[in-house]
Design a protein around this ligand. Structure first.
Ligand code: HEM
Ligand SMILES: *[C@@H]1O[C@H](CO)[C@@H](O)[C@H](O)[C@H]1NC(C)=O
Ligand SMILES: *[C@@H]1O[C@H](CO)[C@@H](O)[C@H](O)[C@H]1NC(C)=O
Length: 350
């Protein structure tokens, strides 16, 4: 029912561009008529009513979408994992004080960035691709396209070039003049999280249980280090009865990987079957006990509610794609801190 309401709203909002809302509870709509500019469109702001728009750059920078797309396409053709890394950057941006490009800031005198927070350290990739996009955009339409919007468009394009669905990205985000290593440390979910923890972590940002399971499907792309899935190997090491619906052959292959190479550098695919294709294989893997992160496998075994969603997505890719698109638009609408400028260089405030 809740999902139906959200879908109805998304349909409504695309035909009624003057309707906007910003509520902590995404099902509690307040209809506000905006007058004047005609620049505002539908918004899915969850924090303080940042108004996002579908067509903002159509006039101010018509080349924006194609510039982003072609850089992403090139980067992913050279390194298929780059799609994963760019998708994850947008997630790590939005979960920390909203989608404000705080994740891109380097440490400078007077500013501690988020790149050294434990969930990000030696793990985030793709900053150079964002730099290239930004520098191209600054020469074509200076100080027009925010770094936070570049992240949102690059995340969508990464999914598309990997074979996943496309959707219209709302734009109009502003970039922050601050970052929070503390918020990045506590706000990003740990791979050891239980299902209730994951649900509440996402709920705080206005994302439902269904959104959480659908967004976890981002793990159909990319890689993780042994340090991220140590807890999956515990049943082998302690001899304790396997839980998590464990697939012992799979766990043994992981243990072998992580013991033959330096554990801190060993990495493996989050989706062992189709690692560079955006598809529903991740959910199929969870049902056979081949989820890589503890938090992935937990979705299929810890909670009947998330299990049912996993089964649905494993059986029907089109349901996964629809829910993923919806959830990405919601995640991309999270707002938080004070985002106030369009950076000229995504790594530093103006
Ligand atoms: C549900 C909670 C989530 C947890 C606990 C989680 C945790 C992780 C961890 C631990 C890694 C591996 C990092 C490493 O070992 O270096 C990872 C990688 C990744 N995550 Fe998540 N994640 C979650 C949700 C998401 C979401 C919502 C997305 C995007 C929609 C996402 C996209 C990715 C991608 C694409 C990678 C691979 C990145 C690469 O290869 O560069 N994750 N995640
Ligand atoms: C909707 O939000 C308004 C304002 O925040 C609040 O007063 C009202 O009780 C909410 N209604 C529902 C059904 O949650
Ligand atoms: C997850 O749990 C394992 C085993 O208890 C631990 O070694 C590891 O450091 C934890 N990882 C994180 C990211 O908390």
């Amino acid at each position: 029912m809740k999902k139906l309401l959200i879908n109805m709203f998304l349909v409504l909002s695309s035909v009624m561009p003057l309707l906007s809302f910003s509520e902590a509870n995404p099902t509690n709509f307040s209809e506000t008529c905006e007058d004047g500019s005609g620049e505002t469109g539908s918004s899915f702001g969850i924090g303080f009513g940042l108004v996002l728009d579908f067509g903002l750059y159509r006039n101010s920078c018509p080349e924006a979408e194609s510039i982003v797309y072609s850089w992403v396409e090139t980067a992913v053709s050279q390194d298929p994992r780059m799609a994963a890394s760019l998708l994850r950057l947008h997630f790590h941006d939005c979960f920390v004080n909203g989608c404000d490009a705080s994740v891109l800031l380097d440490d400078t005198e007077g500013l501690v960035g988020e790149k050294t927070a434990p969930p990000n350290l030696n793990s985030l990739r793709g900053f150079e691709v964002i730099d290239s996009i930004k520098s191209d955009l600054e020469s074509v339409c200076p100080e027009t396209v925010s770094c936070a919007d570049i992240l949102a468009m690059a995340a969508r394009d990464s999914v598309v070039v990997s074979g996943g669905p496309s959707w219209e990205v709302e734009v109009g985000r502003k970039d922050s003049r601050t970052a929070s290593k503390q918020a990045a440390t506590t706000g990003l979910p740990s791979p050891n999280s239980t299902v209730p923890t994951l649900i509440s972590n996402f709920q705080k940002l206005g994302l439902s249980q269904t959104d959480m399971v659908a967004l976890s499907g981002g793990h159909t792309l990319g890689k993780a280090r042994c340090t991220s899935f140590t807890a999956r190997l515990l049943p082998l090491q302690t001899g304790e009865p396997a839980n998590h619906g464990d697939n012992l052959d799979f766990l043994e292959s992981l243990q072998q990987l992580c013991s033959t190479v330096d554990r801190s550098v060993a990495i493996t695919q989050l989706d062992l079957v189709t690692p560079s294709t955006f598809d529903n294989q991740y959910y199929v893997n969870l049902l056979s006990g081949e989820g890589l992160l503890p938090s992935d496998q937990a979705l299929a075994v810890q909670d009947p509610g998330t299990r049912a969603i996993v089964e649905t997505y494993a059986a029907d890719q089109s349901v996964f794609f629809e829910d993923f698109k919806t959830a990405m638009v919601k995640m991309g609408g999270i707002t938080g801190g004070s985002n106030s400028e369009i950076r000229r260089n995504c790594r530093m405030i103006n």
